[in-house]
Design a protein around this ligand. Sequence first.
Ligand code: ZN
Length: 537
Amino acid sequence: MDTWFPRPDSPDDLHTLGPSGELGPGELFDHLTSPAAIEWRDKVGVSSPADGSAKSSTRLLSSRRWVFKTDTSQASLDMVSARAGLLELVALANRVELWHPDKRWFLLRTRSGPLDPAREHWWPVSVCPQLRSLRELRDWATFSERWAQVIGFALERSVADRVGLDLGPANFGLSLDQQAGVTDVECWYLDDETYAPLELEDVAQAIIARVPEWPDVDASGWCTFGSYLRGLLEPLQLQPRRWLELRERIADVPLAPRWHPQRGALLQGLGRPRAIANSSGVWPRRSPQRTAVVADIHANLDALEAVIDDAERERIDSWLLLGDVVGYGPDPSACIRLLDELPELIGVRGNHDHMACFGLERGINELARASLLHTRARLDARERDFLLALPVELRGPDWLAVHGAPIDPRRFRAYVYELNHRANLEHLLAGSRPHCFHGHTHVPRVVRMGRSGGGIEIIDPAAGVVVDMGRPGAMLINPGSVGQPRDGDPRAGYAIWDRVERSVQFRRVAYDVAHTRARLRDEGLPETLAARLALGR
Ligand code: ZN
Protein backbone atom coordinates (compact mmCIF):
# COMPACT_ATOMS: atom_id res chain seq x y z
CA MET A 1 0.00 0.00 0.00
CA ASP A 2 1.17 3.49 -0.82
CA THR A 3 1.68 5.25 2.50
CA TRP A 4 0.53 8.82 2.08
CA PHE A 5 -1.22 8.44 5.41
CA PRO A 6 0.85 6.27 7.81
CA ARG A 7 -0.82 2.93 8.60
CA PRO A 8 -0.17 0.49 11.43
CA ASP A 9 0.78 -3.16 10.85
CA SER A 10 -1.08 -4.34 13.92
CA PRO A 11 -3.10 -2.89 16.84
CA ASP A 12 0.12 -3.06 18.87
CA ASP A 13 1.41 -0.15 16.81
CA LEU A 14 -1.23 2.12 18.35
CA HIS A 15 -0.80 3.76 21.76
CA THR A 16 -3.78 5.70 22.99
CA LEU A 17 -3.36 8.51 25.49
CA GLY A 18 -5.84 8.88 28.28
CA PRO A 19 -9.40 7.56 27.89
CA SER A 20 -9.96 6.53 24.29
CA GLY A 21 -13.75 6.85 24.28
CA GLU A 22 -15.55 4.83 21.65
CA LEU A 23 -12.41 3.97 19.78
CA GLY A 24 -9.95 1.56 21.40
CA PRO A 25 -6.81 0.33 19.60
CA GLY A 26 -8.79 -2.43 17.85
CA GLU A 27 -11.34 0.01 16.38
CA LEU A 28 -8.63 2.51 15.49
CA PHE A 29 -6.73 -0.23 13.68
CA ASP A 30 -9.82 -1.28 11.77
CA HIS A 31 -10.50 2.28 10.64
CA LEU A 32 -6.90 2.98 9.64
CA THR A 33 -6.54 -0.18 7.61
CA SER A 34 -10.04 -0.35 6.18
CA PRO A 35 -10.15 -0.50 2.37
CA ALA A 36 -13.05 1.96 2.60
CA ALA A 37 -10.93 4.61 4.35
CA ILE A 38 -10.36 7.58 2.07
CA GLU A 39 -7.18 9.63 1.98
CA TRP A 40 -8.09 13.27 1.60
CA ARG A 41 -5.19 14.17 -0.66
CA ASP A 42 -7.18 16.87 -2.39
CA LYS A 43 -7.75 18.78 0.88
CA VAL A 44 -4.08 19.27 1.56
CA GLY A 45 -1.79 21.99 0.24
CA VAL A 46 -4.60 23.75 -1.55
CA SER A 47 -6.56 26.85 -0.76
CA SER A 48 -9.93 26.66 -2.39
CA PRO A 49 -12.75 28.74 -0.98
CA ALA A 50 -14.96 25.72 -0.43
CA ASP A 51 -12.48 23.73 1.50
CA GLY A 52 -9.73 23.48 4.04
CA SER A 53 -6.31 24.78 3.21
CA ALA A 54 -4.23 22.38 5.25
CA LYS A 55 -0.45 22.63 5.23
CA SER A 56 1.20 20.39 2.63
CA SER A 57 2.72 18.25 5.41
CA THR A 58 -0.76 17.49 6.82
CA ARG A 59 -2.20 14.03 6.23
CA LEU A 60 -5.96 13.43 6.44
CA LEU A 61 -7.84 10.16 6.29
CA SER A 62 -11.56 9.68 6.64
CA SER A 63 -13.28 6.49 7.67
CA ARG A 64 -16.99 6.22 8.42
CA ARG A 65 -17.55 9.72 9.84
CA TRP A 66 -14.22 9.84 11.64
CA VAL A 67 -11.35 11.97 10.44
CA PHE A 68 -7.74 11.05 11.24
CA LYS A 69 -5.08 13.70 11.05
CA THR A 70 -1.30 13.70 11.35
CA ASP A 71 1.61 15.72 10.02
CA THR A 72 4.73 14.36 8.33
CA SER A 73 6.78 17.12 9.95
CA GLN A 74 5.76 15.81 13.39
CA ALA A 75 6.93 12.22 12.87
CA SER A 76 9.62 11.32 15.35
CA LEU A 77 12.21 8.57 15.75
CA ASP A 78 11.59 8.21 19.43
CA MET A 79 8.33 7.57 21.18
CA VAL A 80 9.05 9.75 24.20
CA SER A 81 9.26 13.03 22.35
CA ALA A 82 6.25 12.23 20.15
CA ARG A 83 4.31 11.42 23.28
CA ALA A 84 5.36 14.60 25.11
CA GLY A 85 3.78 16.81 22.45
CA LEU A 86 0.52 14.90 22.55
CA LEU A 87 0.32 14.98 26.33
CA GLU A 88 0.39 18.76 26.18
CA LEU A 89 -2.59 18.71 23.84
CA VAL A 90 -4.47 16.25 26.02
CA ALA A 91 -3.83 18.44 29.07
CA LEU A 92 -5.10 21.51 27.21
CA ALA A 93 -8.16 19.58 26.00
CA ASN A 94 -8.95 18.68 29.59
CA ARG A 95 -8.59 22.26 30.78
CA VAL A 96 -10.39 24.12 27.98
CA GLU A 97 -13.35 23.01 25.88
CA LEU A 98 -11.84 23.74 22.47
CA TRP A 99 -12.19 20.47 20.64
CA HIS A 100 -15.04 18.11 19.99
CA PRO A 101 -15.60 16.02 23.13
CA ASP A 102 -15.00 12.81 21.17
CA LYS A 103 -11.68 13.96 19.74
CA ARG A 104 -8.77 11.74 20.77
CA TRP A 105 -5.04 11.66 20.27
CA PHE A 106 -2.84 8.59 19.95
CA LEU A 107 0.60 7.49 18.75
CA LEU A 108 1.04 5.38 15.65
CA ARG A 109 4.20 3.37 14.92
CA THR A 110 5.42 2.60 11.42
CA ARG A 111 8.40 0.44 10.42
CA SER A 112 9.93 3.18 8.32
CA GLY A 113 9.24 6.82 7.59
CA PRO A 114 10.42 10.09 6.12
CA LEU A 115 13.29 10.64 8.54
CA ASP A 116 15.05 7.32 7.99
CA PRO A 117 13.69 4.51 5.79
CA ALA A 118 15.44 1.93 7.98
CA ARG A 119 14.02 2.96 11.36
CA GLU A 120 10.67 2.93 13.08
CA HIS A 121 8.78 6.22 13.33
CA TRP A 122 6.24 7.51 15.82
CA TRP A 123 3.41 9.68 14.56
CA PRO A 124 1.13 11.81 16.70
CA VAL A 125 -2.37 11.29 15.29
CA SER A 126 -5.73 12.82 16.18
CA VAL A 127 -9.13 11.37 15.43
CA CYS A 128 -12.30 13.42 15.53
CA PRO A 129 -15.89 12.91 14.36
CA GLN A 130 -16.25 14.46 10.93
CA LEU A 131 -17.44 18.06 11.28
CA ARG A 132 -18.53 20.62 8.73
CA SER A 133 -16.02 23.43 8.52
CA LEU A 134 -17.40 26.96 8.55
CA ARG A 135 -15.61 27.47 5.29
CA GLU A 136 -17.98 25.04 3.64
CA LEU A 137 -21.05 27.15 4.48
CA ARG A 138 -22.08 28.99 1.34
CA ASP A 139 -25.16 30.76 2.64
CA TRP A 140 -24.39 34.16 4.15
CA ALA A 141 -27.22 34.16 6.69
CA THR A 142 -26.01 30.87 8.19
CA PHE A 143 -22.34 31.62 7.82
CA SER A 144 -22.54 35.08 9.36
CA GLU A 145 -24.35 33.86 12.49
CA ARG A 146 -21.92 30.99 12.95
CA TRP A 147 -18.95 33.22 12.23
CA ALA A 148 -20.07 35.74 14.86
CA GLN A 149 -20.38 32.87 17.32
CA VAL A 150 -16.88 31.67 16.47
CA ILE A 151 -15.52 35.14 17.18
CA GLY A 152 -17.33 35.16 20.51
CA PHE A 153 -16.06 31.68 21.32
CA ALA A 154 -12.46 32.59 20.43
CA LEU A 155 -12.60 35.85 22.39
CA GLU A 156 -13.94 34.06 25.41
CA ARG A 157 -11.18 31.45 25.21
CA SER A 158 -8.67 34.30 25.05
CA VAL A 159 -10.09 36.17 28.00
CA ALA A 160 -11.13 33.30 30.24
CA ASP A 161 -8.53 30.66 29.37
CA ARG A 162 -5.67 32.72 27.92
CA VAL A 163 -5.63 30.55 24.79
CA GLY A 164 -5.52 32.12 21.34
CA LEU A 165 -7.09 30.41 18.31
CA ASP A 166 -6.44 30.89 14.61
CA LEU A 167 -9.61 32.66 13.46
CA GLY A 168 -9.68 31.19 9.93
CA PRO A 169 -13.15 29.78 9.11
CA ALA A 170 -11.53 26.50 8.01
CA ASN A 171 -10.37 26.00 11.60
CA PHE A 172 -13.84 25.71 13.10
CA GLY A 173 -16.32 22.91 12.64
CA LEU A 174 -19.99 22.28 13.34
CA SER A 175 -21.73 18.97 13.81
CA LEU A 176 -23.04 17.74 10.48
CA ASP A 177 -26.52 17.23 11.90
CA GLN A 178 -26.73 20.60 13.61
CA GLN A 179 -30.04 22.36 13.18
CA ALA A 180 -29.08 25.85 12.13
CA GLY A 181 -30.37 28.66 14.25
CA VAL A 182 -32.21 26.51 16.75
CA THR A 183 -29.66 25.22 19.19
CA ASP A 184 -26.88 27.18 20.78
CA VAL A 185 -24.01 26.73 18.40
CA GLU A 186 -21.80 23.77 19.14
CA CYS A 187 -18.70 24.80 17.40
CA TRP A 188 -15.28 23.28 17.80
CA TYR A 189 -11.76 24.13 16.92
CA LEU A 190 -10.37 21.84 14.24
CA ASP A 191 -6.73 22.87 14.34
CA ASP A 192 -4.35 21.47 16.94
CA GLU A 193 -2.26 24.60 17.17
CA THR A 194 -3.01 27.31 19.72
CA TYR A 195 -1.41 30.70 20.15
CA ALA A 196 -1.07 33.65 22.50
CA PRO A 197 -4.43 35.21 23.50
CA LEU A 198 -6.06 37.22 20.72
CA GLU A 199 -5.51 40.94 20.35
CA LEU A 200 -8.34 43.10 19.04
CA GLU A 201 -6.21 43.58 15.96
CA ASP A 202 -6.35 39.84 15.22
CA VAL A 203 -10.12 39.94 15.54
CA ALA A 204 -10.36 43.00 13.27
CA GLN A 205 -8.21 41.36 10.60
CA ALA A 206 -10.16 38.12 10.74
CA ILE A 207 -13.44 40.00 10.28
CA ILE A 208 -12.21 42.17 7.41
CA ALA A 209 -10.67 39.16 5.64
CA ARG A 210 -14.22 37.87 5.10
CA VAL A 211 -15.34 40.95 3.13
CA PRO A 212 -13.66 40.03 -0.20
CA GLU A 213 -14.54 36.35 0.39
CA TRP A 214 -18.23 37.25 0.30
CA PRO A 215 -18.39 39.63 -2.68
CA ASP A 216 -22.15 39.34 -3.05
CA VAL A 217 -22.93 40.50 0.46
CA ASP A 218 -23.97 44.13 0.30
CA ALA A 219 -23.66 46.92 2.83
CA SER A 220 -26.90 46.06 4.59
CA GLY A 221 -25.74 42.46 5.06
CA TRP A 222 -22.59 43.72 6.77
CA CYS A 223 -24.53 46.18 8.90
CA THR A 224 -26.78 43.36 10.12
CA PHE A 225 -23.73 41.23 10.85
CA GLY A 226 -22.20 44.12 12.82
CA SER A 227 -25.20 44.56 15.08
CA TYR A 228 -25.52 40.81 15.54
CA LEU A 229 -21.86 40.56 16.51
CA ARG A 230 -22.20 43.45 18.90
CA GLY A 231 -25.25 41.87 20.54
CA LEU A 232 -23.44 38.57 20.87
CA LEU A 233 -20.22 40.02 22.29
CA GLU A 234 -21.96 42.36 24.73
CA PRO A 235 -22.24 39.69 27.48
CA LEU A 236 -18.49 39.25 27.30
CA GLN A 237 -18.37 42.75 28.75
CA LEU A 238 -16.04 44.40 26.33
CA GLN A 239 -15.60 47.82 27.90
CA PRO A 240 -16.81 50.84 25.87
CA ARG A 241 -13.17 51.79 25.33
CA ARG A 242 -12.47 48.33 23.89
CA TRP A 243 -15.42 48.66 21.51
CA LEU A 244 -14.01 51.90 20.27
CA GLU A 245 -10.64 50.23 19.84
CA LEU A 246 -12.12 47.27 17.94
CA ARG A 247 -13.88 49.66 15.58
CA GLU A 248 -10.69 51.66 15.07
CA ARG A 249 -8.76 48.48 14.30
CA ILE A 250 -11.39 47.40 11.80
CA ALA A 251 -11.22 50.81 10.14
CA ASP A 252 -7.41 50.50 9.92
CA VAL A 253 -7.10 47.08 8.25
CA PRO A 254 -5.84 47.58 4.67
CA LEU A 255 -8.69 46.92 2.26
CA ALA A 256 -9.26 47.68 -1.43
CA PRO A 257 -11.45 50.79 -1.91
CA ARG A 258 -14.18 48.80 -3.66
CA TRP A 259 -14.98 47.11 -0.33
CA HIS A 260 -15.12 50.31 1.72
CA PRO A 261 -18.94 50.59 1.63
CA GLN A 262 -19.18 47.13 3.23
CA ARG A 263 -16.71 48.09 5.91
CA GLY A 264 -18.55 51.33 6.61
CA ALA A 265 -21.79 49.43 7.05
CA LEU A 266 -20.11 46.91 9.33
CA LEU A 267 -18.79 49.73 11.52
CA GLN A 268 -22.23 51.26 11.62
CA GLY A 269 -23.72 47.94 12.74
CA LEU A 270 -21.09 47.59 15.45
CA GLY A 271 -21.99 51.00 16.86
CA ARG A 272 -24.71 51.37 19.42
CA PRO A 273 -27.84 50.90 17.36
CA ARG A 274 -30.49 52.59 19.50
CA ALA A 275 -31.03 54.98 22.35
CA ILE A 276 -32.31 52.06 24.39
CA ALA A 277 -28.86 50.56 24.50
CA ASN A 278 -27.55 53.32 26.67
CA SER A 279 -25.11 51.98 29.23
CA SER A 280 -23.20 55.22 29.65
CA GLY A 281 -25.37 56.13 32.62
CA VAL A 282 -26.80 59.13 30.81
CA TRP A 283 -30.55 58.93 30.89
CA PRO A 284 -32.02 59.87 27.53
CA ARG A 285 -33.29 63.40 27.00
CA ARG A 286 -34.64 64.63 30.34
CA SER A 287 -34.17 63.71 33.93
CA PRO A 288 -36.83 61.28 35.08
CA GLN A 289 -38.41 61.35 38.51
CA ARG A 290 -40.82 58.44 38.66
CA THR A 291 -39.67 55.30 36.90
CA ALA A 292 -41.69 52.14 36.46
CA VAL A 293 -39.37 49.16 36.95
CA VAL A 294 -40.51 46.05 35.08
CA ALA A 295 -38.94 42.61 34.84
CA ASP A 296 -39.76 39.18 33.44
CA ILE A 297 -42.65 40.17 31.20
CA HIS A 298 -42.29 36.85 29.40
CA ALA A 299 -44.49 37.64 26.42
CA ASN A 300 -47.57 38.12 28.59
CA LEU A 301 -49.37 40.94 26.78
CA ASP A 302 -52.42 41.04 29.08
CA ALA A 303 -50.20 41.50 32.13
CA LEU A 304 -48.03 44.10 30.42
CA GLU A 305 -51.02 46.16 29.32
CA ALA A 306 -52.45 46.07 32.85
CA VAL A 307 -49.12 47.25 34.28
CA ILE A 308 -48.85 50.06 31.73
CA ASP A 309 -52.38 51.27 32.60
CA ASP A 310 -51.58 51.22 36.28
CA ALA A 311 -48.22 52.97 35.84
CA GLU A 312 -49.78 55.70 33.70
CA ARG A 313 -52.42 56.32 36.38
CA GLU A 314 -49.53 56.64 38.83
CA ARG A 315 -48.00 59.36 36.60
CA ILE A 316 -44.72 57.66 35.94
CA ASP A 317 -42.46 59.43 33.43
CA SER A 318 -39.96 56.73 32.48
CA TRP A 319 -39.37 52.98 32.28
CA LEU A 320 -36.58 50.69 33.39
CA LEU A 321 -36.79 47.23 31.83
CA LEU A 322 -34.92 44.43 33.59
CA GLY A 323 -35.02 41.80 30.87
CA ASP A 324 -36.89 38.68 29.79
CA VAL A 325 -39.38 40.39 27.54
CA VAL A 326 -39.93 37.06 25.77
CA GLY A 327 -40.02 33.35 26.56
CA TYR A 328 -42.85 31.27 28.10
CA GLY A 329 -45.72 33.54 27.02
CA PRO A 330 -47.91 33.65 23.92
CA ASP A 331 -47.29 37.20 22.61
CA PRO A 332 -43.58 38.00 22.18
CA SER A 333 -43.98 40.30 19.16
CA ALA A 334 -46.82 42.35 20.62
CA CYS A 335 -44.94 42.83 23.90
CA ILE A 336 -41.81 44.06 22.13
CA ARG A 337 -43.83 46.46 19.98
CA LEU A 338 -45.63 47.84 22.99
CA LEU A 339 -42.39 48.39 24.92
CA ASP A 340 -40.84 49.99 21.87
CA GLU A 341 -43.57 52.66 22.00
CA LEU A 342 -43.10 53.55 25.65
CA PRO A 343 -41.52 56.93 26.36
CA GLU A 344 -38.15 57.12 28.08
CA LEU A 345 -37.54 53.41 28.26
CA ILE A 346 -34.12 51.89 28.79
CA GLY A 347 -33.43 48.30 29.62
CA VAL A 348 -31.19 45.28 29.85
CA ARG A 349 -31.21 41.87 28.26
CA GLY A 350 -32.50 38.74 29.99
CA ASN A 351 -31.37 35.17 29.37
CA HIS A 352 -34.54 34.43 27.38
CA ASP A 353 -34.06 37.56 25.25
CA HIS A 354 -30.51 36.43 24.58
CA MET A 355 -31.54 32.89 23.66
CA ALA A 356 -34.28 34.21 21.38
CA CYS A 357 -31.55 35.97 19.38
CA PHE A 358 -28.64 33.59 19.64
CA GLY A 359 -29.86 30.04 20.17
CA LEU A 360 -30.77 27.92 23.14
CA GLU A 361 -28.38 27.10 25.93
CA ARG A 362 -27.50 23.50 26.51
CA GLY A 363 -29.45 21.90 29.35
CA ILE A 364 -32.38 24.32 29.19
CA ASN A 365 -35.70 22.95 30.56
CA GLU A 366 -38.39 21.64 28.21
CA LEU A 367 -40.90 24.45 28.88
CA ALA A 368 -38.36 27.14 28.14
CA ARG A 369 -37.25 25.25 25.08
CA ALA A 370 -40.73 24.83 23.62
CA SER A 371 -41.59 28.47 24.21
CA LEU A 372 -38.31 29.76 22.82
CA LEU A 373 -38.72 27.82 19.60
CA HIS A 374 -42.19 29.40 19.38
CA THR A 375 -40.68 32.84 20.04
CA ARG A 376 -37.91 32.46 17.49
CA ALA A 377 -40.40 31.47 14.84
CA ARG A 378 -42.48 34.59 15.44
CA LEU A 379 -40.05 37.50 15.85
CA ASP A 380 -39.39 39.62 12.81
CA ALA A 381 -36.10 41.41 12.14
CA ARG A 382 -37.17 44.62 13.83
CA GLU A 383 -38.37 42.84 16.96
CA ARG A 384 -35.19 40.84 17.13
CA ASP A 385 -33.19 44.07 16.75
CA PHE A 386 -34.96 45.47 19.78
CA LEU A 387 -33.74 42.53 21.89
CA LEU A 388 -30.30 42.54 20.27
CA ALA A 389 -29.82 46.17 21.21
CA LEU A 390 -30.36 45.56 24.91
CA PRO A 391 -27.05 45.70 26.81
CA VAL A 392 -26.46 43.28 29.65
CA GLU A 393 -25.90 46.03 32.20
CA LEU A 394 -26.95 49.64 32.68
CA ARG A 395 -25.13 52.01 35.01
CA GLY A 396 -26.58 55.13 36.57
CA PRO A 397 -24.81 57.52 38.94
CA ASP A 398 -25.50 55.37 42.00
CA TRP A 399 -27.34 52.36 40.60
CA LEU A 400 -26.92 49.37 38.34
CA ALA A 401 -29.47 47.35 36.44
CA VAL A 402 -28.96 43.74 35.35
CA HIS A 403 -31.29 40.82 34.68
CA GLY A 404 -29.61 38.15 36.82
CA ALA A 405 -26.98 39.05 39.39
CA PRO A 406 -24.37 41.82 39.51
CA ILE A 407 -21.57 39.35 40.32
CA ASP A 408 -22.35 37.18 37.30
CA PRO A 409 -19.80 37.88 34.55
CA ARG A 410 -22.60 37.67 31.96
CA ARG A 411 -25.09 39.45 34.22
CA PHE A 412 -28.11 37.47 33.03
CA ARG A 413 -27.47 33.85 33.94
CA ALA A 414 -26.93 33.65 37.71
CA TYR A 415 -29.74 34.19 40.22
CA VAL A 416 -29.61 36.38 43.30
CA TYR A 417 -30.47 34.00 46.14
CA GLU A 418 -29.72 33.39 49.82
CA LEU A 419 -26.32 31.82 49.28
CA ASN A 420 -24.96 34.72 47.25
CA HIS A 421 -26.75 37.70 48.88
CA ARG A 422 -23.61 38.67 50.76
CA ALA A 423 -21.29 38.28 47.78
CA ASN A 424 -23.58 40.44 45.64
CA LEU A 425 -24.01 43.12 48.31
CA GLU A 426 -20.28 43.26 49.02
CA HIS A 427 -19.68 43.57 45.29
CA LEU A 428 -22.01 46.59 45.24
CA LEU A 429 -20.39 48.16 48.32
CA ALA A 430 -16.96 47.75 46.75
CA GLY A 431 -18.07 49.79 43.71
CA SER A 432 -19.55 53.24 43.43
CA ARG A 433 -23.12 52.09 42.70
CA PRO A 434 -24.74 50.65 45.84
CA HIS A 435 -28.23 49.98 44.41
CA CYS A 436 -28.87 47.20 41.96
CA PHE A 437 -32.18 46.55 40.23
CA HIS A 438 -32.52 43.00 38.96
CA GLY A 439 -35.07 40.36 37.97
CA HIS A 440 -34.77 36.68 36.96
CA THR A 441 -36.20 35.07 40.15
CA HIS A 442 -39.76 36.35 39.51
CA VAL A 443 -40.18 37.16 43.22
CA PRO A 444 -40.39 40.75 44.53
CA ARG A 445 -37.74 41.26 47.17
CA VAL A 446 -35.34 43.77 48.66
CA VAL A 447 -32.09 42.59 50.21
CA ARG A 448 -29.96 45.16 51.96
CA MET A 449 -26.86 45.53 54.08
CA GLY A 450 -25.36 48.54 55.90
CA ARG A 451 -22.33 50.39 54.63
CA SER A 452 -19.97 48.65 57.04
CA GLY A 453 -21.24 45.18 56.14
CA GLY A 454 -22.77 43.15 58.97
CA GLY A 455 -26.35 41.84 59.00
CA ILE A 456 -28.40 41.31 55.88
CA GLU A 457 -32.04 42.37 55.88
CA ILE A 458 -34.52 40.69 53.56
CA ILE A 459 -37.86 42.34 52.79
CA ASP A 460 -40.55 40.44 50.88
CA PRO A 461 -42.84 43.37 50.17
CA ALA A 462 -46.58 42.91 49.90
CA ALA A 463 -48.48 45.00 47.34
CA GLY A 464 -48.30 48.70 48.16
CA VAL A 465 -45.26 48.52 50.44
CA VAL A 466 -42.80 51.39 50.06
CA VAL A 467 -39.12 50.75 50.80
CA ASP A 468 -36.81 53.63 51.64
CA MET A 469 -33.74 53.83 49.42
CA GLY A 470 -32.17 56.73 51.30
CA ARG A 471 -30.38 54.66 53.93
CA PRO A 472 -26.65 54.21 53.43
CA GLY A 473 -25.57 50.74 52.35
CA ALA A 474 -26.14 48.33 49.46
CA MET A 475 -29.49 47.15 48.13
CA LEU A 476 -30.65 44.48 45.70
CA ILE A 477 -34.11 45.37 44.41
CA ASN A 478 -36.29 42.93 42.50
CA PRO A 479 -39.67 44.37 41.42
CA GLY A 480 -41.14 40.89 40.83
CA SER A 481 -42.39 39.57 37.51
CA VAL A 482 -44.94 41.19 35.21
CA GLY A 483 -45.81 38.11 33.22
CA GLN A 484 -45.07 35.05 35.34
CA PRO A 485 -45.06 35.77 39.09
CA ARG A 486 -43.71 32.96 41.26
CA ASP A 487 -44.51 34.17 44.77
CA GLY A 488 -47.99 32.64 44.91
CA ASP A 489 -49.78 35.86 43.91
CA PRO A 490 -50.90 35.58 40.27
CA ARG A 491 -51.25 39.36 39.84
CA ALA A 492 -48.66 41.14 37.69
CA GLY A 493 -45.83 42.62 39.75
CA TYR A 494 -43.74 45.74 39.16
CA ALA A 495 -42.34 48.67 41.13
CA ILE A 496 -42.30 52.44 40.99
CA TRP A 497 -38.95 53.98 41.75
CA ASP A 498 -39.31 57.55 42.94
CA ARG A 499 -35.93 59.16 42.44
CA VAL A 500 -36.86 62.36 44.26
CA GLU A 501 -38.34 60.64 47.29
CA ARG A 502 -35.59 58.00 47.08
CA SER A 503 -38.01 55.16 47.53
CA VAL A 504 -39.39 52.17 45.69
CA GLN A 505 -43.03 51.12 45.87
CA PHE A 506 -44.02 47.53 45.08
CA ARG A 507 -47.25 47.13 43.17
CA ARG A 508 -49.52 44.28 42.04
CA VAL A 509 -52.07 44.57 39.26
CA ALA A 510 -54.80 42.07 38.47
CA TYR A 511 -55.17 41.13 34.81
CA ASP A 512 -57.22 38.69 32.77
CA VAL A 513 -55.30 35.48 33.48
CA ALA A 514 -58.01 33.38 31.82
CA HIS A 515 -57.51 35.26 28.57
CA THR A 516 -53.73 34.74 28.67
CA ARG A 517 -54.27 31.05 29.34
CA ALA A 518 -56.55 30.86 26.31
CA ARG A 519 -53.89 32.63 24.23
CA LEU A 520 -51.30 30.06 25.35
CA ARG A 521 -53.60 27.29 24.18
CA ASP A 522 -54.25 29.09 20.88
CA GLU A 523 -50.53 29.21 20.28
CA GLY A 524 -50.13 25.51 21.07
CA LEU A 525 -47.85 26.12 24.04
CA PRO A 526 -47.60 23.55 26.86
CA GLU A 527 -50.53 23.36 29.26
CA THR A 528 -48.15 23.56 32.23
CA LEU A 529 -47.43 27.17 31.32
CA ALA A 530 -51.11 28.04 31.52
CA ALA A 531 -51.61 26.29 34.86
CA ARG A 532 -48.63 28.09 36.30
CA LEU A 533 -50.06 31.56 35.59
CA ALA A 534 -53.23 30.89 37.58
CA LEU A 535 -51.21 29.77 40.60
CA GLY A 536 -48.53 32.43 40.44
CA ARG A 537 -45.86 29.72 40.71
ZN1 ZN B 1 -37.52 35.22 33.65
